[in-house]
Ligand binder design. Structure first.
Ligand code: MSP
Length: 656
């Protein structure tokens, strides 16, 4: 059985997973599922990169040890992969002993071979950031992160003789056109290699960074996080620990990475492998980046697309579908909620969803729920066309996967969805059913439509595993069918004849847009006619706002207030007029809490209650009444409750 070993990058656990992580992992999963369907023994590896400065700093900011921090965040990745239906065969954390021992074995081997040497390193140090920069990284001579001045530093470090492999690597890339893909990225790497390739600093003194793998031949140093992380591709495969396994898995067939980390893979990693006398991976593919609603994604802009929120709102499979259908793999793309809803409604709900429900219900209605045997199969032009297109689908999908063109595979599948829908309209089974003399023709049409659906489900398996399983189930196919080799399943056979169809809920219920446009990434403004299927529902969390400084926060004057009186603003459903004591002064406050609280019926729910009041908000006229403060309440459109205190605190006390 041919084997196929593919990897994703190891994701830093400095923050929660975002769309970029989901993208690579979904693409890798889709390819892994395709190769399994084709009969390959697939080994699909993903995991997390847990050492280094980024993780150490994130842990410090949370007041945790780096390992406790990593333990906490790794679960976010693992849970997301479950929700997205990711079928990895192993998950490596770089803090695991099975990996660390191999990193040290690699370093030791390179040291003994003379591939690593010690030297003094001239660089620049940013004291406030505690970071070391190279001359090239500086911006106008300053720290590229905080733009503050940097101090020159001479430091002893260890270097890998990367430069000596420059020519060999360039030759390899030139000779094997498919080694680095796509073509434009290959050219970028060749461009990079046209300039002299220096040696690589692979150590960090422990006094500057302690969170790393100790260098086995010098305990005062840890290894540079990239060397540590890249080695995962061989540590999990059994390098230096399990020769038989390593021989079976290495060289890896494909490293899937984002364009920003192509150099580390195509240059650092490959030269390290050359120094270890190991064969290079067969292919490296660099995909593009996603923007969010037309803008670069960043935490400070507050526009990072969080995969869990998209899954909450639309379901895991529509997200998978959108990411792989919307943008040719390799190019940059723009994530927008409107585009996702558009694709969902047209491709999934209308085209595919309708085809499934009408095929199944036609069989239920006109053939007592049993898929009939065809009578005149192949003799009518449109039957022959449907059959041929179904048989040809394999070649189209295989070619698209070979070219890493997921969108083309999906386009070919959807051409077939459209053709099958048209077939049903052309043949009009509902009219055939009216005449006894058309019984044979009706049976052929129902059979042909069911067989076309089976073909579609087959090729959708890698992309939409859950929907594909549901279609098979609706066609009465069982687990034994899943075990059948692709060679049998891709044929136009009679395996459906006599099976009982099962009608179920709509596969992809339409999403109805409410009058006002939805806010990016929130589920508000969107409703579905039936609940959107998700693998696992999690509570929805609105997007976090961009960070503010402590100085900005300090501008808010928040005080404990005691509500003295509350009455409804005449003719308003939502507004109440409150008198709030803030210690020696009573403020008049108009608050939008009248849908939640009814002081006219139950004054004590508000009167006497201690609340949080923003007292330095500029006064505003609301329905002709001056409001002299704003109280804090939880909720969005509708108020869920007021911020309040368990303790007795005098009105006017400052809140900070
Ligand atoms: N830890 C390193 C990889 C080590 S591999 C031995 C790392 N981690 S990362 O978490 O920062 O990024 C992982 C991946 O996310 C990269 O492939 C990167 O391209 C991808 N993306 C980050 N932002 C992205 C988008 N906005 N869009 C698409 N992918 C993006 O780098």
């Amino acid at each position: 059985m041919p084997s196929f070993y593919l990897t994703t990058p190891l994701y830093y656990v400095n923050d929660a997973p975002h769309i970029g992580h989901a993208y690579t992992t979904i693409a890798a999963d889709t390819l892994a599922r395709w190769r399994r369907l084709c009969g390959d023994a697939v080994f699909f590896l993903t995991g997390t990169d847990e050492h280094g400065q980024k993780v150490e700093q994130a842990a410090m900011a949370r007041g945790q040890t780096p390992l406790a921090h990593a333990d906490h965040l790794v679960v976010r990745f693992q849970d997301l992969w479950k929700r997205l239906g990711i079928s990895h065969d192993d998950f490596i954390r770089t803090t695991e002993a099975r990996h660390v021992t191999v990193v040290q074995a690699v370093l030791q081997r390179l040291w003994e071979k003379g591939e690593i040497y010690a030297d003094a390193y001239q660089g620049w140090y940013c004291l406030p950031d505690e970071r070391f920069w190279t001359e090239k990284e500086l911006v106008d001579g300053n720290c590229p992160d905080c733009l503050r001045p940097v101090t020159p530093i001479r430091e002893r470090n260890y270097f890998f003789r990367m430069g000596k492999y420059q020519d060999a690597l360039r030759d390899h890339i030139r000779q094997d056109a498919s080694f680095i893909r796509p073509e434009n990225r290959r050219n970028e790497v060749l461009g990079f290699l046209a300039r002299p390739l220096g040696d690589l600093c692979i150590s960090r003194p422990k006094h500057r960074l302690s969170w790393g793998v100790p260098i086995p031949f010098d305990p005062d140093y840890v290894t540079y996080v990239w060397v540590d992380a890249l080695v995962n591709y061989i540590s999990v495969a059994g390098y230096a620990t399990d020769d038989a396994r390593f021989d079976r898995l290495w060289p890896c067939d494909l490293h899937l990475v984002g364009k920003d980390i192509l150099t580390t893979h195509a240059v650092y990693w490959t030269t390290l492998l050359m120094a270890l006398d190991l064969p290079l991976p067969r292919h490296i593919f660099a995909h593009g980046w996603w923007m969010s609603e037309g803008e670069k994604m960043s935490k400070s802009r507050g526009n990072v697309v969080e995969p869990n929120q998209v899954v909450d709102a639309f379901g895991a499979e529509p997200f998978r579908y959108f990411l792989l259908r919307e943008v040719p793999f390799g190019q940059d793309g723009n994530f927008s909620q409107a585009a996702l809803i558009g694709r969902y409604n047209s491709d999934l709900a209308n085209d595919l969803g309708n085809l499934v429900s009408r095929t199944v219900s036609l069989i239920a209605q006109f053939s007592d729920g049993t898929i009939p045997a065809p009578v005149s199969e192949g003799s009518v032009t449109e039957d022959a066309e449907i059959k041929q297109m179904g048989l040809d689908l394999f070649d189209a999908v295989e070619a698209a996967f070979g070219a890493m063109a997921f969108h083309q595979a999906l386009a070919a599948i959807w051409r077939y969805v459209e053709r099958a829908n048209r077939y049903i309209e052309q043949t009009a089974p509902w009219t055939l059913a009216k005449k006894v003399s058309e019984r044979a023709r009706l049976n052929t049409v129902l059979y042909t439509a069911a067989e076309a659906l089976r073909m579609l489900a087959l090729y959708l398996t890698p992309f939409l595993p859950d929907a594909s399983w549901k279609i098979n189930h609706a066609l009465g196919l069982d687990a034994a069918y899943d075990e059948m080799p692709l060679a049998l399943r891709r044929g136009w056979g009679e395996m459906l004849v006599g099976r009982r169809v099962a009608c179920g809920p709509a596969l992809f219920p339409r999403i109805e847009m409410k009058a006002h446009p939805p806010k990016p990434h929130a589920a508000e403004g969107v409703s579905v006619t039936q609940p959107v299927p998700t693998l696992d529902q999690a509570p929805e969390r609105p997007m976090l706002k961009p960070p503010i400084s402590i100085e900005e926060f300090a501008r808010l004057d928040l005080r404990v207030g005691e509500i003295r009186a509350a009455e409804r603003v005449p003719k308003s459903k939502k507004l109440l007029k409150l008198s709030v004591d803030i210690g020696g002064e009573v403020r008049q406050v108009v608050a939008g809490i009248g849908a939640k609280y009814a002081p006219e019926a139950l004054p004590e729910v508000l009167v006497g209650r201690k609340i949080v009041l923003l007292v330095n908000l500029k006064p505003a006229q609301i329905m002709g009444i001056e409001s002299q403060g704003m109280l804090l309440a939880a909720g969005g459109e509708s108020v869920l409750g007021l911020a309040t205190f368990l303790e007795e605190i005098p009105p006017g006390t400052r809140i900070k």
